[in-house]
Design a protein around this ligand. Structure first.
Ligand SMILES: [Fe+2]
Ligand SMILES: [Fe+2]
Length: 579
């Protein structure tokens, strides 16, 4: 600034004298004469100095000495230049008691506008705002472009602006052209800020500082002004500390891996272990956000026509198959709530909350179909659920699974939310048995059946989305059980015990009411051994991912198993001579 705008620099020096000269011996008085700017008399009062403008060229009149120079030299001296060189070059003249001038070495170099404000001495905002262009290091402003205006209201107030343009900083009088923000305050409040009587953020909160427009440029500029004053150190340290944490944390909740993954992370879907292991809770959460869908937007117009054309007896069969899923989805929604409340970590709580939404969306999807396509008489969801539960869900294994097992464990979790072993038993019952073993094959078979026969396209579309969600739920269950079992090996026993207690009986939900032998029946074109085989194999893969070997199929399934999968139909086509 001493070079670019010596007058401004010199005026700042003169302005700061009342504070800077406070460190001089009390009683010392001298004059300072600046070419073309004027002459001031400085008299030290001990705690501060009195500075008064006097006519140039007057007699010393008892003052100790006089300094006469030009603004540029004064600004250079204030910036630390050697006074001897200036004396020799004749840029600095000294008269009076020259030895007493040595006392000037005690001038407080750090004294500036803040010190003045603290002492209640006048501060000229014009000098300050205009000097910002020099005070701010161009390096700090690299890469930034903005304009901030300051408006001070009251005596000696006015408007100023600072313009930052990628490493260049300009400041001047007036609010400037289209500033990004205008910072407005009363003169006395500005002085209060300078004096440190109030912090900038308190001043904003109390309405003493008003910001019109964008706040980030104002904040940044405030930091640079502080930095120029040597007051930004603690904030810079904080920034470095937080920057390191931010860099480490980037990508939580799956945000780094945005873009849909190849699958839902269910080990039963990908028999070979996936690279990087099981999906984390955070990745599963991100998958949920990406895969949200809308039950209310599915188009059931073709489904309605299909339904109307279907004879009553066939309708009853469909009502049975879909009804058990409908009631089941509502049950698993309600029964998941205690799991959410008992979640052992925040990550588990977050995922289970997404699942709770999913399950209710599934129930709503079915409810729409029951109400709009099947045309159930009842006007409300609960009444429709009750109607189906009473009329079609007559099978004992269904009640064993949903009433005794699932609701039972959910109720116990409600009573003992801190019991981790119980929570593990609950996840096995819910995610591994109900969703993994029992819901999955039925879903696959019904989706395949409606696909192959061009039946109920709206339902088919919705049920596919349900199936995708279910794989994600199961993937969560596997992740959770693996973590728990890795940490506490004895939990494997809990997993195995729950599976062997529940499965043989619960797996009878596959048996249609019209079949008489649970170990030998055909449902939707598939033999029971295919269904049991598909369910068993999926469970085996998931348990392998956890590190648990499950008992042989005959211990867990109600009948023989066939591992050929569900793609192949065991129907008459296989026996047909024209096939
Ligand atoms: Fe579901
Ligand atoms: Fe589910």
């Amino acid at each position: 600034m001493a070079e670019a705008d010596p007058e401004l620099a010199a005026r700042l020096v003169v302005q700061s004298l009342p504070a800077a000269a406070a460190t001089l011996p009390a009683g010392l008085a001298y004059r300072i004469e600046l070419e073309e700017l004027g002459t001031w008399r400085v008299r030290s009062l001990g705690d501060r100095a009195e500075v008064t403008e006097v006519p140039s060229g007057a007699e010393l009149d008892g003052d100790d000495f006089a300094i006469s120079t030009d603004p540029r030299t004064l600004a250079r001296l204030a910036a630390g230049a050697n006074p001897l060189a200036a004396l020799i070059r004749g840029r600095l003249k000294l008269s009076g008691k020259r030895r007493r001038a040595l006392a000037l070495r005690a001038l407080d170099q750090g004294a500036g506008p803040r010190e003045l404000a603290r002492l209640g001495l006048p501060v000229d905002p014009d000098l300050l705002f205009r000097s910002l262009a020099y005070a701010i290091d161009p390096e700090w402003a690299r890469g930034y472009r903005f304009k901030v205006a300051y408006e001070l209201i009251g005596d000696r107030g006015g408007g100023w602006h600072v313009e930052v343009d990628d490493g260049q900083v300009r400041s001047g009088r007036g609010l400037g052209d289209q500033p990004d923000a205008i910072v407005r305050m009363r003169m006395e409040d500005w002085l209060g800020l300078l004096a440190g009587e109030i912090t900038p953020s308190d001043s904003i909160r109390l309405g003493k500082t008003e910001i019109e427009g964008r706040i980030p440029p104002v904040t940044l500029l405030g930091r640079w002004i502080d930095r120029a004053d040597g007051r930004d150190g603690p904030e810079l340290e904080r920034e470095a500390r937080q920057r390191a944490i931010q860099a480490r944390r980037a990508g939580t909740w799956g945000s780094r891996a945005n873009g849909a993954g190849p699958d839902q992370g269910d080990p039963a879907e990908a028999p070979r272990p996936r690279r990087g292991g099981l999906l984390s809770y955070q990745e599963l959460y991100a998958l949920w956000e990406r895969q949200n869908w809308r039950a209310h937007e599915l188009d059931f117009s073709v489904d309605r026509e299909h339904w109307l054309a279907t004879p009553a007896e066939a309708q009853a069969h469909t009502a049975f198959s879909l009804g058990s899923f409908y009631v089941g989805e509502e049950r698993v929604t309600a029964d998941l709530a205690p799991f959410v409340l008992a979640a052992p970590t925040g990550e588990v709580e977050a995922f289970l909350s997404t699942q709770l939404v999913d399950e209710m969306r599934h129930a709503v999807f079915f409810d729409r179909w029951m109400a709009e396509v099947m045309g159930l008489e009842a006007e409300e969801m609960r009444d429709r659920l009750k109607k189906l539960e009473e009329s079609v869900l007559t099978l004992e294994p269904w009640h064993f699974l949903f009433d005794e097992s699932l609701r039972g464990v959910a109720n116990r979790i409600k009573e003992r939310p801190d019991d981790l072993e119980l929570f593990v038993e609950g996840i096995v019952t819910y995610h591994m048995v109900t969703e993994g073993v029992l819901a999955m094959p039925g879903q696959r078979v019904i989706i395949q059946y409606t696909d192959e026969h061009g039946l109920y396209p709206g339902f088919n579309q919705g049920f596919r989305l349900v199936e995708r969600d279910e794989h994600r739920h199961i993937a969560f269950g596997v992740r959770f059980l693996k973590d728990v079992c890795d940490e506490r090996q004895e939990m494997k026993e809990v997993v195995l015990r729950t599976l062997t207690t529940l499965l043989p009986h619960a797996a009878e939900v596959f048996v249609p009411p019209e079949a008489d032998d649970p170990s030998d029946f055909v449902s939707y074109g598939h033999h029971s051994s295919q269904i049991y085989g598909f369910a068993y194999q999926a469970l085996k893969r998931r348990m392998a991912a956890i590190g648990i070997e499950i008992p042989p199929p005959e211990d867990l399934m109600p009948g023989p198993v066939d591992f050929g999968g569900l793609a192949e139909r065991r129907g008459l086509a296989g026996e047909s001579s024209t096939a």
